[in-house]
Design a protein around this ligand. Sequence first.
Ligand code: OOB
Length: 538
Amino acid sequence: MTNCPSWPDELAQLYREQGLWQGQTLGDMLSERADQHSERIAVVSGEHRYSYAELNQRAEQLAAGFLQLGVKQTDRVIVQLPNVGEFFIVIFALFKIGAIPVFALPAHRQSEITYLCEFSEAVAYVIPDKDGGFDYRNLADEVKGKVATLQHVLVAGDPGDYPSLDSLCVKAEIPKSWPQVKAGDVAFLQLSGGSTGLPKLIPRTHDDYMYSFRRSNEICGMNENSVYLAALPVAHNFPLSSPGVLGTLYAGGRIVMAARPSPDEAFPLIAKERVTITALVPPLALIWLEAASHRTFDLSSLEVLQVGGAKFSEEAARRVKPVLGCTLQQVFGMAEGLVNYTRLDDEEEVIVRTQGRPMSTWDEVRVVDEDGLEVKAGEVGELWTRGPYTIRGYYKAEVHNAKAFTEDGFYKTGDLVMVNAAGYLVVEGRAKDQINRGGDKIAAEEVENHLLSHPDIYDAALVSMPDEFLGERSCAFVIPRGQAPSGAELKSYLRTRGLAPFKIPDRIEFVAVFPQTTVGKVSKKALRETLLQTMITK
Ligand code: OOB
């Protein structure tokens, strides 16, 4: 696909020679597994148990349906599905025809989806009927009117006025040959957590992504007997590929889809399906630890609990083994590529105190100061990285790419880390203007722009405030133009603008001026300090 920076040719060749990139597409991977494990169960979702053969057959049927609808190779399709079996049928159908899923999260609303559709010039949008009390068909109604390129809305479940995925399958005949999809092609676009006003899209190729979950499988000991519980929303990079659901399919294991990550939903599934591995963000891990201490479900099959997406406190990390009886694995990753894992056989102190080390010896890691110079061993600095599964640039973002990547291809993560003598990373903070709300990433500028569109707001600055449960919550400092609207009014205003619920500020403070840095920028550090003071005195 054009507009996606790629690895230099010599490196791509090296990665191929070294067997890191093996030339297989995700679509072919599923066909191969369907031949190998045809009757084994690949996915359990509610009452439905899909065998590998059935999954592949349904994906091919839907692929044919997409082709008949006119969806072509490299066409972008927004996929916004919760944890349901159809997720796999849709994405593998798209992989098979070389169309490009753009992964939206279930929490995204009109603002994010409209932007994703417009920016990626999507031709189709795939939604569930309802989930968590929210009707996605209403959301589609709003988006459809706004985006010129969007031709099709397809619904998993009760379609209302739109066609259903099932109806698409019924009509189409499987073609004799599929479009020629190459493993070096972009397979899908992931959404970046971001720090800019508009989210960036991350192009991942079949080659690079498959390397990342094959290597993750080795580290996490995935095999045919692995049973992975998808508790986090599967479209996110962590449950998708670290090693996640795709790693599980690669290994020939079984995926169990949890509609919600709560203990009420997850614990009975673990007991019934004999789940061996799952992944959580820190706030959910805390809830599980609490629930497990006074509930009686048999969680003895669980071998590994992965925790990542945000920093997991050492105190909580120490409780995992005694309370849940399984090995904790800390995962520090990013949709842009690099994933660090503590290893399953690491000493307990390494597991509870670090966020792991890069998964591949091919990952290059630099820790630099504000001038881009490497800091001394053991000192804190910004993490820069490049390697065989870390992107070289965002989709259609030339200007931003020049800032977010070095000339020699390192991605500037915006994370402040310390690397210890053994090469393990400890995340110490963040240099990017982002709030990590329990694993949900909020780009401050994006929310500020929405606030600034309000006629009674003169200026706005979003900062993080510490929170025992989520790690961080968001607080908007607002300078009104005269009469200030109430905090509740502002929140409801943001909701009507169609912002994902997790981005609505948890707290709003009205002020007359912002503290400034020496160069006259808003000092978010000073704002955070003000907030800390008021939190202490309140
Ligand atoms: C994962 O991916 P993203 O793209 O949602 O977010 C990446 C950012 C990192 O740059 C870092 O700021 C933060 O999330 N993060 C962590 C962390 N894991 C991610 N911060 C502290 N400790 C951790 N363990 O979040 C992601 C992707 C793949 C695997 C795991 C997580």
